[in-house]
Ligand binder design. Structure first.
Ligand SMILES: Nc1ncnc2c1ncn2[C@@H]1O[C@H](COP(=O)(O)OP(=O)(O)O)[C@@H](O)[C@H]1O
Ligand SMILES: [Mg+2]
Length: 372
């Protein structure tokens, strides 16, 4: 798929922007704090209705504005689509081809993106939250029901945590807790099964790509580590046993949860584990190996998305090219060139292997304006 055109009105430091984008590689150049990431973020928000940098939509609206609007023309295999997303204190309004969508989940997935930012290079070594965000970003775009389940889960989790903080185990109402446990487990189990399935499929691609980058010397394994050990399989019988297991663990952990004032198991505590040639990368991997693993994962995401939706998503590379050595840069460029519409931000072209990038369109960003 392809983004033909994007317009921003009152979005962050772009008060008005209308930009026609090229089919292949688009390079966005500018000094720091000019709006490069803001522009990529706007494309990401259009795809997921959420920023990758903040959960507060207010921050996306220009300081002197009361609302922000993102409009775009997308070209997919089936034809052209216009998208419009408006953000204001009243919430979000989304339109596809001028038609307002009653649910945001009907809008998500109309355009798909894979974003690679410097913090993703820490996907292996960094905090577990980075790995959970990685799973959520992809699964949410491909399976709208997952978004619904994770929103439900977050809402119940919050209420349950407030309750755990507000009283102690002795005084707690068993009935109330039981209701929350049931609801938490119901949406939690659905999330866990999606994640399990996603990582299982991603792993195949990631291993293949990682082997390619390392000339066949290294094999990469990615394993889903739910905070609550899940049995594999998705049959309804197993689903109900996982549900029971979830609820059993919740009630067993009751005393501790009240003492700590927070929910100690569930998808919000999930993690991933990586191994290269059978050895744990978090513990034994060199920085180079960790970065290669991160790169392999992101490229695997591109392939998996193509497999699931039938065309490549847009690739957004925020400041990462210069963070990679020449060899990994080349590897990355080879995978997207001529296949995937790509948006690259950078402060300068010195660190970018331009010799490899053919026919890239170049834009200069200064203080919320884009100059060709
Ligand atoms: N809501 C907002 N309204 C106006 N300007 C904003 C808003 N949020 C961030 N900015 C400005 O955007 C700039 C940061 O843009 P960013 O895209 O992150 O920079 P970079 O080009 O380094 O990627 C900062 O100068 C910041 O002051
Ligand atoms: Mg930036």
């Amino acid at each position: 798929m392809q983004l033909n055109k994007i317009e921003l009105h009152g979005y962050r430091n772009f008060s008005e922007l209308s930009l026609a984008t090229a089919a292949g590689v688009n390079i966005i150049i500018g000094p720091n704090a000019q709006g490069k990431t803001n522009l990529l973020e706007a494309i990401h928000v259009l795809a997921l209705t959420k920023s990758h940098r903040t959960s507060k939509d207010r921050e996306l609206i220009g300081w002197n504005e009361t609302s922000a609007r993102i409009e775009a023309e997308i070209e997919r295999k089936l034809g052209k689509i216009t998208l419009e997303l408006q953000l204001s204190a009243q919430g979000k309004k989304a339109k596809i081809n001028g038609l307002e969508q009653r649910k945001l989940s009907a809008f998500v997935g109309t355009v798909n993106v894979v974003l690679f930012a410097p913090e993703d290079l820490d996907i292996v070594k960094g905090a577990p939250g980075i790995r959970r965000r990685f799973m959520d970003m992809e699964i949410g775009q491909v399976h709208p029901a997952y978004l619904y389940d994770s929103l439900q889960y977050q809402r119940i989790l919050q209420q349950r945590n407030n309750y755990l903080k507000s009283t102690d185990a002795a005084r707690a109402s068993a009935e109330m807790l039981e209701v929350w446990n049931e609801q938490l487990a119901a949406s939690g189990v659905k999330m866990m099964q999606r994640r399990q399935n996603f990582i299982y499929k991603l792993q195949g691609w990631a291993d293949k790509i990682h082997a390619g980058i390392t000339g066949g010397k290294e094999s990469l394994t990615v394993v889903y580590k739910p905070s609550l050990s899940a049995e594999e399989g998705t049959s309804s019988q197993e689903q109900s046993s996982l549900l029971q297991q979830f609820m059993l663990k919740l009630s067993q952990g009751k005393e501790q949860e009240f003492r700590r004032g927070t929910t100690l198991i569930g998808p919000h505590r999930d993690d991933l584990a990586f191994a290269i040639n059978g050895r744990d990368v978090q513990t034994y991997g060199s920085q180079g190996q960790q970065r290669t693993a991160a790169l392999s994962l992101k490229l695997a995401e591109l392939e998996l998305m193509r497999e699931e939706i039938g065309e490549y998503p847009l690739l957004l590379l925020d400041d990462v090219l210069s963070e990679l050595d020449q060899e990994r840069q080349t590897q990355l460029i080879e995978t997207f060139q001529n296949r995937v519409q790509t948006f690259i931000t950078t402060t300068g072209l010195e660190s970018v292997n331009m010799g490899r990038l053919k026919d890239a369109a170049i834009y200069h960003v200064r203080g919320g304006t884009v100059l060709p």
